[in-house]
Design a protein around this ligand. Structure first.
Ligand code: SF4
Ligand code: SF4
Length: 695
């Protein structure tokens, strides 16, 4: 009876304390701004089953993935045992399920549970070995200081001890039941705990009783303690991973959320909205995020769901080349700051200002500006966390509230604003690239009462970058060869605003977007094809929210379609015997899920193909995205473009092919830097097709 009372007191205390801790975490998550995520419920459930319950992303790294599944499934299974322990503890019974299942059924059930317990022990021991003996790099980086490291080790050791308590309890109990020292049905032997039996059988009943009781109490008290430790630890992900995945970003990774508070301002500036609709006394919202309270609740939930596994950091091109940025650190910083703000509220009330902020005190501008917005971290995260969204929100604050962009980025902003391109070229020169080619201009075609099937969106790089001008010229030759009904906007096209948005200037992005949309809608544009994956992404995914709804194709997709319908036939053998490797542009591949189109087209060109080790969704960024193309890289031990070029060189390829103006520039620079210009050539896919066609 005494033990029943102690048990019930412990149980109630554990539940109440856990409830209190969970309420604190929910309050901290709700420090973030409101965000409605109630769309696509069916898709969300599917994603949760695949990613969280099915551990779909864990197994992409098979060793760690399978070991984690052992721990995850094992721990769930062993806790079936908890039902019996709780019942026994409250009612004062002993192995209450014996009578219901019979000796055979009960022994089989416990044997299965023991098998899972053994799997948990093996997996946790391997994890400890990987962390502490093998010292795998991602567990020892800058942010993995004493507490996060100790936290991971403590949990692994606790899990092993809990499983050992379970097994030793079963072995001792088996002997006691079969000696008749415990009443009721004698069950067992159990599959795994049998290994303890030869050792235990020389013990007297008192000793076995002690082991059995110790194992039982250690197991249950350990579980109660574990339950109340995890809210203080990264292991809270065992609960939050499921809702976190349910709320994860659906649709293209490269799509950035719009800032509706800016849309109104921009519409007034462009005269689309009357000023009266924005009364002056209306409080100006703050832009971007400076502290956790400016992030969304989803961003903070992401932080509490982070397992600190470091997979994101291990694929981050900035981190891999020695920069300060680590996406895992971004998530840990958000959680730490949310905890701090929460404690301040508890101590000093909700209006207390401790003079600190996430931006500056926890995360430095240097980290933020090192990000290439490549989405590798998002793709890699086993629980669908999005560090990039937080990075870009903080960047927006730096730029829009504090005007603290790097000098080169400020120059890009003013060039886009004044010239409609990131470089200092006159908008009047936007059609010079087409000299000597048959390129219909939309205004002329429209004046003749015709509406071309496609708008060919040339992009700022296509108009002004000397190397990329060759690519768009080659693509136009292909369009003409295929007799495609198309036109370009010519001097009416302006920069898409992609660089401005990724660099934090959403005001400028929206101004560019709305002007372009006005022009395109004026011409009743329905279909767009473009060679630039960055512009492809904004035109396809981000212009619709601002009123520009088009069917947008990247040129690789367009060529893939033409091959499939038989209108494009590549018979030339200009590249026969040449080995070609394809570099996936982040905004086409990971950002928009298009990996096959460029490969299908490449496969139609007679040549040899070879993949880099990091390809498709695991491809590494060239280092140009997110505004990096226009600024010096942050301090590190290597340039990203050199690293990626070396990976291409490693394949022994004669040609590095890509399908993006930024990637082409970076990889061309990489080839120059590594003195391989004689051996390796860089091409865009459009050039390979055009040359193969003899155009
Ligand atoms: S988006 Fe790319 S560069 Fe930025 S943090 Fe993630 S992995 Fe690193
Ligand atoms: S963000 Fe995701 S990948 Fe990165 S450490 Fe956290 S759980 Fe791991």
């Amino acid at each position: 009876m005494v033990s029943q009372i102690i048990f019930v007191i412990l149980l109630i205390a554990a539940i109440l304390f856990f409830r209190r801790n969970v309420k604190i975490i929910i309050r901290n998550i709700n420090l973030g701004k409101d965000l409605d995520i109630s769309d696509n419920k069916a898709e969300r459930w599917k994603t949760m089953f695949r990613v969280a319950i099915g551990q779909g992303k864990m197994v992409k790294r098979p060793i760690a993935g399978i070991l984690h599944i052992f721990v995850y499934v094992g721990f769930l299974m062993v806790n079936v045992e908890m039902i019996e322990i709780l019942t026994d503890g409250i009612l004062g019974t002993h192995r209450v399920l014996r009578e219901f299942l019979g000796a055979g059924g009960y022994s089989a059930l416990v044997s299965i549970l023991e098998f899972f317990a053994l799997a948990v022990i093996a997996a946790c021991a391997t994890f400890l070995w990987r962390r502490n003996v093998l010292k795998i790099k991602r567990f020892h980086s800058r942010e993995m200081t004493s507490w996060p490291r100790l936290d991971a080790n403590l949990i692994l050791i606790t899990e092993i001890l809990l499983m050992l308590a379970f097994l030793s309890m079963n072995a001792a109990d088996y002997l006691l039941m079969h000696r008749g020292a415990i009443g009721g049905l004698a069950v067992g032997p159990f599959m795994v705990s049998q290994i303890f039996v030869p050792w235990f059988k020389n013990f007297n009943n008192e000793t076995l009783h002690f082991i059995e009781q110790f194992g039982w109490w250690f197991h249950i008290v350990g579980v109660f303690a574990f339950l109340n430790y995890i809210p203080y630890s990264k292991h809270f992900h065992v609960f939050l991973a499921f809702p976190n995945v349910w709320y994860s970003k659906l649709g293209p990774l490269a799509k950035m959320p719009n800032m509706p508070e800016i849309t109104k301002e921009v519409k007034i500036m462009l005269g689309v909205l009357a000023e009266e609709e924005n009364p002056e006394d209306e409080e100006m919202p703050s832009f971007g995020a400076k502290d956790v309270t400016d992030l969304t609740w989803k961003n903070i939930m992401n932080a509490y769901s982070c397992t600190e596994c470091g997979r994101c950091t291990s694929v981050c091109p900035a981190n891999l080349t020695g920069k300060l940025l680590s996406p895992r650190h971004i998530m840990m910083a958000v959680r730490d700051r949310a905890e701090e703000v929460g404690k301040n509220i508890d101590k000093h009330g909700k209006d207390y200002d401790d003079g600190k902020a996430l931006l500056g005190d926890y995360i430095s501008p240097e980290e933020l500006w090192a990000c290439t917005s490549c989405n590798a971290c998002v793709e890699e995260c086993p629980v669908d966390i999005d560090p990039l969204e937080i990075i870009l929100s903080l960047r927006r604050n730096l730029v829009l509230e504090e005007s603290k962009a790097p000098a080169e980025i400020n120059t890009v902003f003013s060039n886009i604003e004044n010239n409609g391109a990131p470089w200092q070229f006159s908008p009047e020169d936007r059609l010079l690239w087409a000299e000597g080619l048959d390129v219909p201009v939309m205004a002329d075609v429209f004046a003749q009462g015709k509406k071309p099937e496609y708008l060919f969106w040339v992009s700022s790089a296509g108009c002004f970058d000397d190397r990329y001008k060759k690519v768009v010229r080659d693509f136009v030759k292909i369009l003409n060869h295929l007799k495609v009904d198309f036109a370009v906007l010519g001097t009416e096209e302006s920069d898409s605003g992609d660089v401005a948005r990724r660099a934090g200037n959403d005001m400028l992005f929206q101004m560019q977007a709305m002007q372009n949309i006005e022009v395109m809608n004026g011409y009743e544009v329905k279909k767009i094809v473009t060679c630039d994956p960055h512009d492809f992404n904004v035109l396809k995914n981000e212009y619709p929210e601002l009123g520009g709804k088009y069917e947008v194709l990247h040129h690789t997709q367009f060529l893939q379609q033409r091959l499939a319908d038989g209108s494009l036939k590549i018979e030339g053998d200009a590249f026969a015997g040449k080995k070609i490797t394809f570099h996936d542009p982040c905004y086409l591949g990971r950002g928009n899920g298009e990996f096959d189109a460029p490969r299908d087209v490449l496969n139609a060109i007679p040549s040899l193909k070879v993949e880099m080790k990091k390809n498709r969704e695991f491809s590494m960024c060239c280092g140009a995205g997110g505004g990096q193309m226009f600024k010096e890289a942050e301090k590190g031990d290597k340039e990203i473009f050199i690293d990626r070029t070396e990976q291409a060189i490693e394949t022994g390829a004669d040609i590095i092919c890509t399908a993006c103006p930024f990637c082409l520039t970076m990889l061309t620079d990489g080839v120059k830097y590594t003195n391989k210009e004689e051996e390796i050539k860089n091409y865009d896919l459009a050039e390979l097709v055009s040359i193969s066609l003899g155009l």
